[in-house]
Every structure is written in C-alpha cells, then in structure tokens.
Write a protein that binds this ligand. Structure first.
Ligand code: HEM
Length: 305
C-alpha cells in the first residue's frame, strides 16, 4: 500500500487509499494523543487476580467520567442563571438529563455481577467505597446537599478537601435559582438570600408559595416555570440513579454492611429521602386545577343529563 507524505500547515501529513476512501493522518495530533488512550487504558489496575474485578473498576471509572461531565455542565448552568441567560441554562440542563438517563441505564451492566462474582474479590477492596467519591460529593454540594460532615473521609487529600470546602462556600444551584426569583421581584425571604451557604437549606413555606404562584400562572412565568421543571427533572433522575444504585447493591450484597463501614442498603435507602429542591416537590401537592373553571362544568364528559 502506498503511503504519501506531504506537509500541511507545517505538519507532516500522511495519505493513502483504503477501499476507495482517501485516508489521512498526521504526525501532530492523533486520535490517541487527543483522547489520551494509552493513559486512559493504563488506569484499570485490579487489586486481585479475579476476572470480574475489571467490570467493577470500569463501571466506577465510567460513572466518574459522567459525573465529571455533570459537574462541568452544572457549573455552566449555574453561571448562565447568574447571568440571567436562562435559554443557555435550559440547553445545558437538557444535556445533563440525557447523561443522567445514560448513567441510570448503565446500572444494568453492573447487574450482571452476581453475589458470587463480587465475593471473589470484595475482600481485596478493604475499606474502599463509592462513599469516598469526591466528585459525587462535590456534585451533591453543588446541587444543594450541604452535608459538610462527609468531607472528613478526604482529610488526607488537601487538594480535594480544599475543592470541597470551596464548593461549600459558594451558593448552590438552588440558592442561585432563589437569587434569580429575587431579581425577578418575587419576595424570597431575606434570610434565604443572605444565608450561610455552608449550612443545609431548610424548606420554606414562603418559597413554596412563590413556586405555587409561578405554577398557577405559567403563561406569565414561562421561563421560571420551565426552569422549575428542568431542575425537577435533574432531581428526579438523580433519585433514579440513587434508587438503581441501592437496588443493584441489594442484589449483589443483600443487607451486608458496606466496605465504607455504613449499614449498606439501609444507609442508601435513607439517602433517598433527601431533596435538593424541596419546595418544588411539596408545591405539587398544593396545586389546584388551574384552567379548569367553567370548562369543567360544561364538560362533554359529565353524565348528569
Ligand atoms: C457491586 C457494586 C457496588 C456495591 C456493592 C456498592 C455498595 C455501596 C455501599 C454499601 C455504599 C454505602 C457506603 C458504604 O458503607 O460503603 C455505597 C455508597 C456509594 N456508592 Fe456504591 N456500590 C457499588 C457500585 C457503585 C458504583 C458503580 C458507583 C459509581 C460511582 C458507586 C458510587 C457510590 C457512591 C457515590 C456512594 C455514596 C452514596 C451516598 O453517600 O449517598 N457505587 N455503595
């Protein structure tokens, strides 16, 4: 096969023909250099000689990569909200939702790990657990779960600790959404607009009423209503991820304690009770029929004639 070498933009470029296609590559940026394939594929290092450990490592690594993307995108959405560029935030939330659905589906791959498969290498993991995932913790902090005590497991990693503390010191996504409502002239309680961001957010009746007003008049509040629905979807998928994790764990280890020391499934069930945007859930119970006035009385479906 003939390979021609030419110089393009000062870079040595190669060209050949394969199956009638002109194929080119150059000595500068290759696919492998861009994607860092060698480095990436050198990081699956089992601690046992058991064949099922590779699946376990790759599952965690791919989840960490998707969490990295979620963190990146949530930061973009947060900035867009700060800048009152809601259309940009909406596009970003749509991407996050697609990534989340993919992450949820991917639990099916891990479900092929039977209790027997896992037990062949579980002992080698010692105390290592996803509980120590600092990216997951940062994502939770960024979205609004300010459970600061959990950073203690990173006490030996100064860089991680600093980053987690810096995230705790910033307003969360929900705090930024409330700031936006305030800028739009809605009366968000002052103590929520100027709160200590490190503290856990406490649900407020006033905020629930603001969401109620928005949901009961969507025509006039279309962008805030859309924002509310997009972040509700984000939380909905986050919960679904938690749920699938919990179900996968109970399928693989039953009610054994976790390698991270917790009660295991019971701990994960408790985590399902937490909500990032509590009033967006509670408001759903209080909403009345909004456009139903006379239409309902005149409905064709009444059978009182
Ligand atoms: C067979 C596979 C898995 C088992 C048996 C398992 C088990 C557990 C258990 C028992 C916990 C509670 C903490 C502890 O005591 O260890 C936990 C927490 C956690 N795991 Fe997994 N896990 C598995 C797979 C994964 C995967 C693939 C990820 C993806 C990153 C993951 C991420 C997490 C995270 C982020 C937490 C902390 C949750 C929280 O604090 O709310 N786990 N896991």
């Amino acid at each position: 096969m003939e390979v021609k070498s030419i110089i393009v933009d000062g870079v040595e470029t190669f060209e050949t023909e394969i199956n009638g296609e002109r194929i080119q590559w150059d000595s500068g940026l290759t696919y492998a250099k861009h994607i860092q394939t060698k480095q990436l594929l050198a990081t699956q290092i089992p601690v046992s000689d058991k064949p099922d450990e590779l699946l376990f490592i790759i599952m965690h690594q791919t989840m960490e990569l998707w969490i990295k993307l979620c963190l990146h995108e949530v930061k973009i959405a947060l900035k867009a909200i700060q800048d009152d560029e809601l259309a940009k935030a909406f596009k970003t939330f749509d991407r996050i939702a697609t990534v989340q659905r993919h992450m949820i589906d991917s639990w099916e791959v891990l479900a092929t790990l039977s209790p027997h498969d896992f037990l062949t290498f579980r002992g080698y993991l010692r105390k290592a657990s996803g509980f120590q995932s600092y990216q997951y913790r940062q994502l939770e902090f960024l979205l609004g779960n300010r459970n600061a005590d959990l950073i203690v497991v990173h006490q030996d990693d100064e860089a991680v600790l600093d980053e987690l503390k810096a995230t705790l010191a910033m307003p969360s996504l929900y705090d930024e959404v409330l700031q936006l409502l305030g800028r739009r002239g809605l009366t968000v309680p002052e103590h929520l607009l100027n709160r200590d961001w490190q503290q856990q957010y406490e649900p407020s009746d006033e905020v629930e009423n603001l969401w109620k007003a928005i949901y009961e008049n969507v025509e006039e509040n279309w962008d805030l209503y859309t924002l509310a629905e997009k972040i509700t979807a984000l939380e909905y998928y986050f919960h679904e991820w938690r749920f699938k994790h919990m179900k996968t764990v109970s399928r693989v280890i039953g009610f054994k304690k976790g390698t991270g020391g917790s009660s295991g499934v019971s701990y994960l069930v408790k985590a399902l009770e937490y909500s990032f945007f509590p009033e967006l859930w509670s408001v759903r119970t209080t909403l009345e029929n909004v456009n139903a006035g006379d239409d309902i009385a005149d409905s064709r479906y009444h059978d009182d004639e």
